[in-house]
Design a protein around this ligand. Sequence first.
Ligand code: SF4
Length: 356
Amino acid sequence: MKTDLAALELGELEEFVQSLGHKKFVAKQIYQWIWKRGVTSFADMTNLSRELRAALGAMAVVTLPEVVQHDVSEDGTEKFVLRLADGRRIESVFIPDTPKQTFCVSTQVGCAMGCAFCLTGKMGLIRHLTAGEIAAQVRLLAKSTGHLDKPFNIVLMGMGEPLQNYDATMKALRMLNEKDGFDIHPKRVTLSTVGLVPMMDKLAQEELMPNLAVSLHASTEETRRAIVPPTRKYSMQAVLDACKRFPVSKRRRIMFEYVMLAGVNDSDADARKLVKVLDGIKAKVNLLPLNAAPGIPFERPSDERINRFGKILADKGLMVSVRKSRGGDIQAACGQLIVEGQSVKQSPAQRLARQL
Ligand code: SF4
Protein backbone atom coordinates (compact mmCIF):
# COMPACT_ATOMS: atom_id res chain seq x y z
CA MET A 1 0.00 0.00 0.00
CA LYS A 2 1.54 3.32 -1.03
CA THR A 3 1.43 6.33 1.31
CA ASP A 4 -0.71 9.21 0.07
CA LEU A 5 1.45 12.29 0.68
CA ALA A 6 -1.53 14.60 0.10
CA ALA A 7 -3.16 13.15 3.21
CA LEU A 8 -0.28 14.10 5.53
CA GLU A 9 0.28 17.15 7.68
CA LEU A 10 3.71 18.72 7.22
CA GLY A 11 5.03 17.10 10.42
CA GLU A 12 3.94 13.66 9.19
CA LEU A 13 5.53 14.33 5.81
CA GLU A 14 8.78 15.31 7.53
CA GLU A 15 8.81 11.99 9.38
CA PHE A 16 8.15 10.19 6.10
CA VAL A 17 11.06 11.78 4.21
CA GLN A 18 13.36 11.29 7.19
CA SER A 19 12.43 7.60 7.19
CA LEU A 20 13.75 7.54 3.59
CA GLY A 21 17.05 9.04 4.79
CA HIS A 22 16.39 12.61 3.61
CA LYS A 23 16.51 15.92 5.46
CA LYS A 24 13.37 17.48 6.92
CA PHE A 25 13.41 20.49 4.58
CA VAL A 26 12.68 18.21 1.64
CA ALA A 27 9.20 17.71 3.11
CA LYS A 28 8.57 21.45 2.73
CA GLN A 29 9.54 21.28 -0.92
CA ILE A 30 7.14 18.37 -1.51
CA TYR A 31 4.37 20.13 0.45
CA GLN A 32 4.79 23.22 -1.73
CA TRP A 33 4.58 21.14 -4.92
CA ILE A 34 1.40 19.44 -3.75
CA TRP A 35 -0.44 22.40 -2.25
CA LYS A 36 0.94 25.55 -3.85
CA ARG A 37 1.40 24.17 -7.35
CA GLY A 38 -1.20 21.40 -7.49
CA VAL A 39 1.28 18.80 -8.75
CA THR A 40 0.40 15.11 -8.47
CA SER A 41 3.36 13.51 -10.30
CA PHE A 42 6.74 13.12 -8.59
CA ALA A 43 8.38 13.50 -12.02
CA ASP A 44 7.20 17.13 -12.03
CA MET A 45 8.83 17.90 -8.65
CA THR A 46 11.95 19.10 -10.39
CA ASN A 47 13.87 20.44 -7.41
CA LEU A 48 13.99 16.95 -5.83
CA SER A 49 16.87 14.63 -6.65
CA ARG A 50 16.26 11.90 -9.24
CA GLU A 51 16.99 9.29 -6.60
CA LEU A 52 14.33 10.71 -4.26
CA ARG A 53 11.76 11.02 -7.04
CA ALA A 54 12.30 7.35 -7.89
CA ALA A 55 12.01 6.33 -4.22
CA LEU A 56 8.80 8.35 -3.84
CA GLY A 57 7.36 6.81 -6.99
CA ALA A 58 7.91 3.35 -5.51
CA MET A 59 6.52 4.09 -2.06
CA ALA A 60 4.07 6.97 -2.31
CA VAL A 61 1.34 8.64 -4.33
CA VAL A 62 -0.30 12.08 -4.42
CA THR A 63 -4.01 11.51 -4.91
CA LEU A 64 -6.71 13.86 -6.08
CA PRO A 65 -10.39 12.85 -6.31
CA GLU A 66 -11.64 12.23 -9.82
CA VAL A 67 -14.13 14.75 -11.22
CA VAL A 68 -17.03 12.72 -12.58
CA GLN A 69 -19.35 15.64 -13.22
CA HIS A 70 -18.78 19.38 -13.55
CA ASP A 71 -21.72 21.76 -13.97
CA VAL A 72 -21.55 25.51 -14.39
CA SER A 73 -24.56 27.58 -13.36
CA GLU A 74 -25.85 30.64 -15.21
CA ASP A 75 -24.61 32.68 -12.24
CA GLY A 76 -21.07 31.26 -12.49
CA THR A 77 -21.38 28.79 -9.60
CA GLU A 78 -19.60 25.54 -10.38
CA LYS A 79 -20.56 22.17 -8.92
CA PHE A 80 -18.07 19.30 -8.89
CA VAL A 81 -19.15 15.72 -8.28
CA LEU A 82 -16.05 13.88 -7.10
CA ARG A 83 -15.36 10.15 -6.94
CA LEU A 84 -13.28 9.05 -3.95
CA ALA A 85 -10.84 6.13 -3.88
CA ASP A 86 -13.57 3.72 -2.65
CA GLY A 87 -15.98 4.83 -5.39
CA ARG A 88 -18.17 6.94 -3.08
CA ARG A 89 -19.16 10.34 -4.41
CA ILE A 90 -19.30 13.76 -2.82
CA GLU A 91 -20.01 17.27 -4.05
CA SER A 92 -18.01 20.47 -3.75
CA VAL A 93 -19.07 23.89 -4.98
CA PHE A 94 -17.20 26.99 -6.18
CA ILE A 95 -19.16 30.19 -5.58
CA PRO A 96 -17.66 33.16 -7.42
CA ASP A 97 -18.43 36.52 -5.89
CA THR A 98 -16.44 39.69 -6.13
CA PRO A 99 -14.30 40.31 -4.14
CA LYS A 100 -14.75 37.01 -2.28
CA GLN A 101 -14.41 33.64 -3.92
CA THR A 102 -15.76 30.78 -1.85
CA PHE A 103 -15.23 27.03 -1.87
CA CYS A 104 -18.00 25.03 -0.21
CA VAL A 105 -16.67 21.61 0.77
CA SER A 106 -18.10 18.41 2.24
CA THR A 107 -16.98 16.65 5.41
CA GLN A 108 -18.99 13.43 5.12
CA VAL A 109 -20.54 11.25 2.45
CA GLY A 110 -24.21 11.96 3.15
CA CYS A 111 -25.27 13.26 6.55
CA ALA A 112 -26.79 11.71 9.66
CA MET A 113 -28.53 14.88 10.83
CA GLY A 114 -31.58 14.47 8.62
CA CYS A 115 -32.75 18.09 8.55
CA ALA A 116 -36.25 18.07 7.13
CA PHE A 117 -35.56 20.60 4.35
CA CYS A 118 -32.27 19.14 3.09
CA LEU A 119 -31.69 16.65 0.30
CA THR A 120 -28.32 15.57 1.71
CA GLY A 121 -30.09 14.64 4.93
CA LYS A 122 -32.20 12.20 2.92
CA MET A 123 -29.09 10.16 2.13
CA GLY A 124 -28.29 9.36 5.76
CA LEU A 125 -24.64 9.07 6.77
CA ILE A 126 -22.64 6.78 4.52
CA ARG A 127 -19.21 7.52 5.96
CA HIS A 128 -16.93 10.23 7.33
CA LEU A 129 -14.38 11.79 4.98
CA THR A 130 -10.71 11.58 5.89
CA ALA A 131 -8.73 14.78 6.47
CA GLY A 132 -7.01 14.20 3.13
CA GLU A 133 -10.37 13.90 1.36
CA ILE A 134 -11.66 17.13 2.95
CA ALA A 135 -8.50 19.11 2.12
CA ALA A 136 -8.25 17.55 -1.35
CA GLN A 137 -11.55 19.20 -2.35
CA VAL A 138 -9.95 22.59 -1.73
CA ARG A 139 -6.87 21.61 -3.74
CA LEU A 140 -9.01 20.40 -6.60
CA LEU A 141 -11.26 23.47 -6.61
CA ALA A 142 -8.26 25.81 -6.42
CA LYS A 143 -6.58 24.03 -9.30
CA SER A 144 -9.72 23.76 -11.44
CA THR A 145 -10.79 27.38 -10.97
CA GLY A 146 -7.34 29.00 -11.17
CA HIS A 147 -6.99 29.86 -7.48
CA LEU A 148 -3.79 28.06 -6.52
CA ASP A 149 -2.14 31.45 -5.97
CA LYS A 150 -5.21 33.61 -5.33
CA PRO A 151 -7.16 34.19 -2.11
CA PHE A 152 -10.40 32.38 -1.40
CA ASN A 153 -12.68 31.57 1.51
CA ILE A 154 -13.79 28.14 2.62
CA VAL A 155 -17.16 27.20 4.05
CA LEU A 156 -17.66 23.78 5.59
CA MET A 157 -21.28 23.72 4.48
CA GLY A 158 -21.31 20.98 1.86
CA MET A 159 -22.46 17.46 2.61
CA GLY A 160 -22.22 16.45 6.25
CA GLU A 161 -21.97 17.81 9.79
CA PRO A 162 -18.31 18.82 10.34
CA LEU A 163 -18.44 18.54 14.13
CA GLN A 164 -19.53 14.91 13.86
CA ASN A 165 -16.29 14.28 11.97
CA TYR A 166 -14.28 16.47 14.30
CA ASP A 167 -10.73 15.09 14.20
CA ALA A 168 -10.57 14.78 10.42
CA THR A 169 -12.06 18.26 9.96
CA MET A 170 -9.54 19.85 12.32
CA LYS A 171 -6.65 18.00 10.72
CA ALA A 172 -7.80 19.21 7.29
CA LEU A 173 -7.88 22.80 8.60
CA ARG A 174 -4.31 22.42 9.91
CA MET A 175 -3.21 21.10 6.50
CA LEU A 176 -4.87 24.06 4.75
CA ASN A 177 -3.40 26.55 7.22
CA GLU A 178 0.17 25.34 6.64
CA LYS A 179 2.49 28.18 5.52
CA ASP A 180 4.09 25.96 2.87
CA GLY A 181 0.66 25.13 1.51
CA PHE A 182 -2.39 27.34 1.05
CA ASP A 183 -1.66 29.27 4.26
CA ILE A 184 -5.38 29.84 4.85
CA HIS A 185 -6.08 31.90 7.94
CA PRO A 186 -8.90 30.50 10.11
CA LYS A 187 -10.74 33.83 9.65
CA ARG A 188 -11.27 32.77 6.05
CA VAL A 189 -12.92 29.52 7.08
CA THR A 190 -16.51 29.16 8.31
CA LEU A 191 -17.65 25.96 9.97
CA SER A 192 -21.38 25.33 10.01
CA THR A 193 -22.98 23.09 12.62
CA VAL A 194 -26.51 22.13 13.60
CA GLY A 195 -25.33 22.56 17.21
CA LEU A 196 -23.51 19.52 18.61
CA VAL A 197 -22.93 21.18 21.97
CA PRO A 198 -19.95 19.18 23.36
CA MET A 199 -18.11 19.59 20.07
CA MET A 200 -18.87 23.32 19.97
CA ASP A 201 -17.23 23.59 23.41
CA LYS A 202 -14.26 21.60 22.12
CA LEU A 203 -13.96 23.85 19.07
CA ALA A 204 -13.93 26.86 21.40
CA GLN A 205 -10.58 25.60 22.78
CA GLU A 206 -8.88 25.21 19.38
CA GLU A 207 -5.90 27.29 18.38
CA LEU A 208 -7.04 27.31 14.75
CA MET A 209 -10.58 28.45 15.34
CA PRO A 210 -12.74 29.01 12.26
CA ASN A 211 -15.74 31.34 12.17
CA LEU A 212 -18.79 29.63 13.59
CA ALA A 213 -22.12 29.33 11.81
CA VAL A 214 -25.03 27.72 13.63
CA SER A 215 -27.97 26.28 11.76
CA LEU A 216 -30.75 27.55 14.02
CA HIS A 217 -33.71 27.59 11.60
CA ALA A 218 -36.33 28.23 14.29
CA SER A 219 -37.20 30.57 17.12
CA THR A 220 -38.86 27.97 19.36
CA GLU A 221 -37.80 24.59 20.68
CA GLU A 222 -40.91 23.00 19.22
CA THR A 223 -40.38 24.14 15.64
CA ARG A 224 -36.68 23.39 15.78
CA ARG A 225 -37.30 19.89 17.12
CA ALA A 226 -39.53 19.21 14.13
CA ILE A 227 -37.08 20.32 11.45
CA VAL A 228 -33.59 19.84 12.98
CA PRO A 229 -33.52 16.38 14.61
CA PRO A 230 -30.33 16.71 16.75
CA THR A 231 -32.29 19.28 18.75
CA ARG A 232 -33.92 16.35 20.48
CA LYS A 233 -30.55 15.68 22.10
CA TYR A 234 -29.26 19.26 22.36
CA SER A 235 -32.01 21.77 23.02
CA MET A 236 -32.03 25.14 21.33
CA GLN A 237 -31.30 26.73 24.70
CA ALA A 238 -28.26 24.46 25.16
CA VAL A 239 -26.98 25.47 21.70
CA LEU A 240 -27.50 29.17 22.46
CA ASP A 241 -25.70 28.77 25.80
CA ALA A 242 -22.77 27.14 23.95
CA CYS A 243 -22.77 30.15 21.60
CA LYS A 244 -22.58 32.49 24.60
CA ARG A 245 -19.53 30.54 25.82
CA PHE A 246 -17.89 30.57 22.39
CA PRO A 247 -15.04 33.10 22.20
CA VAL A 248 -15.82 35.67 19.52
CA SER A 249 -13.23 38.35 18.86
CA LYS A 250 -14.12 42.02 18.58
CA ARG A 251 -14.79 42.16 14.89
CA ARG A 252 -16.39 38.75 14.53
CA ARG A 253 -19.89 37.44 15.09
CA ILE A 254 -21.55 34.05 15.21
CA MET A 255 -23.63 33.55 12.12
CA PHE A 256 -27.07 32.04 12.65
CA GLU A 257 -28.47 30.39 9.58
CA TYR A 258 -32.23 30.47 9.29
CA VAL A 259 -33.81 28.59 6.40
CA MET A 260 -37.13 30.22 5.64
CA LEU A 261 -40.02 27.80 5.27
CA ALA A 262 -43.41 29.20 4.31
CA GLY A 263 -45.95 28.87 7.09
CA VAL A 264 -43.49 27.09 9.41
CA ASN A 265 -41.01 29.64 10.77
CA ASP A 266 -41.54 32.84 8.76
CA SER A 267 -44.18 34.78 10.68
CA ASP A 268 -43.77 38.18 12.34
CA ALA A 269 -44.12 36.42 15.70
CA ASP A 270 -41.26 34.07 14.76
CA ALA A 271 -39.08 37.07 13.91
CA ARG A 272 -39.82 38.74 17.23
CA LYS A 273 -39.09 35.50 19.13
CA LEU A 274 -35.82 35.14 17.23
CA VAL A 275 -34.75 38.59 18.36
CA LYS A 276 -35.40 37.52 21.96
CA VAL A 277 -33.56 34.20 21.82
CA LEU A 278 -30.47 35.83 20.30
CA ASP A 279 -30.35 38.53 22.95
CA GLY A 280 -26.88 38.68 24.53
CA ILE A 281 -25.09 36.96 21.61
CA LYS A 282 -22.88 38.73 19.06
CA ALA A 283 -25.04 37.46 16.25
CA LYS A 284 -25.53 37.90 12.58
CA VAL A 285 -28.59 36.26 11.05
CA ASN A 286 -28.40 34.87 7.54
CA LEU A 287 -31.86 34.24 6.13
CA LEU A 288 -31.87 31.40 3.63
CA PRO A 289 -34.98 31.29 1.48
CA LEU A 290 -35.68 27.59 0.93
CA ASN A 291 -34.27 26.05 -2.22
CA ALA A 292 -37.35 24.03 -3.05
CA ALA A 293 -36.71 20.58 -4.50
CA PRO A 294 -38.72 17.46 -5.25
CA GLY A 295 -39.03 15.38 -2.08
CA ILE A 296 -38.73 18.38 0.25
CA PRO A 297 -42.12 18.96 1.91
CA PHE A 298 -41.86 22.76 2.28
CA GLU A 299 -42.26 25.89 0.22
CA ARG A 300 -40.28 29.06 -0.10
CA PRO A 301 -41.94 32.14 1.41
CA SER A 302 -42.61 35.12 -0.85
CA ASP A 303 -39.94 37.81 -1.21
CA GLU A 304 -42.29 40.19 0.56
CA ARG A 305 -42.54 37.86 3.59
CA ILE A 306 -38.77 37.33 3.68
CA ASN A 307 -38.12 41.08 3.53
CA ARG A 308 -40.69 41.76 6.23
CA PHE A 309 -39.09 39.11 8.48
CA GLY A 310 -35.63 40.59 7.90
CA LYS A 311 -36.88 44.11 8.59
CA ILE A 312 -38.24 43.10 12.00
CA LEU A 313 -34.82 41.70 12.92
CA ALA A 314 -32.96 44.73 11.57
CA ASP A 315 -35.29 47.19 13.32
CA LYS A 316 -34.41 45.50 16.59
CA GLY A 317 -30.71 46.03 15.91
CA LEU A 318 -29.77 42.59 14.63
CA MET A 319 -27.31 42.33 11.77
CA VAL A 320 -29.18 40.46 9.03
CA SER A 321 -28.61 39.36 5.47
CA VAL A 322 -30.67 37.41 2.98
CA ARG A 323 -28.65 34.81 1.14
CA LYS A 324 -28.86 35.00 -2.58
CA SER A 325 -29.37 31.47 -3.83
CA ARG A 326 -26.49 30.38 -6.02
CA GLY A 327 -26.33 27.53 -8.47
CA GLY A 328 -29.99 26.53 -8.10
CA ASP A 329 -30.19 25.56 -11.80
CA ILE A 330 -27.44 22.93 -11.32
CA GLN A 331 -28.64 21.65 -7.91
CA ALA A 332 -25.63 23.25 -6.21
CA ALA A 333 -27.53 25.49 -3.83
CA CYS A 334 -27.70 24.99 -0.07
CA GLY A 335 -29.54 21.83 0.91
CA GLN A 336 -29.54 20.57 -2.68
CA LEU A 337 -26.33 18.55 -2.56
CA ILE A 338 -27.12 14.93 -3.15
CA VAL A 339 -25.27 12.35 -5.14
CA GLU A 340 -27.60 10.17 -7.09
CA GLY A 341 -26.86 6.48 -7.09
CA GLN A 342 -26.03 6.45 -3.38
CA SER A 343 -28.65 5.21 -0.95
CA VAL A 344 -31.38 7.72 -0.20
CA LYS A 345 -33.81 7.37 2.65
CA GLN A 346 -36.35 9.58 4.32
CA SER A 347 -35.29 10.77 7.76
CA PRO A 348 -37.70 10.69 10.73
CA ALA A 349 -37.67 14.51 10.64
CA GLN A 350 -38.69 14.50 7.02
CA ARG A 351 -41.53 12.12 7.80
CA LEU A 352 -42.55 14.32 10.73
CA ALA A 353 -42.22 17.48 8.64
CA ARG A 354 -44.78 16.15 6.20
CA GLN A 355 -47.29 16.39 9.02
CA LEU A 356 -46.55 20.05 9.84
S1 SF4 B 1 -28.66 20.83 6.49
FE1 SF4 B 1 -26.51 20.22 6.89
S2 SF4 B 1 -26.64 19.14 8.85
FE2 SF4 B 1 -28.76 19.22 8.08
S3 SF4 B 1 -29.01 17.28 6.93
FE3 SF4 B 1 -28.31 18.84 5.45
S4 SF4 B 1 -26.07 18.58 5.37
FE4 SF4 B 1 -26.80 17.58 7.25
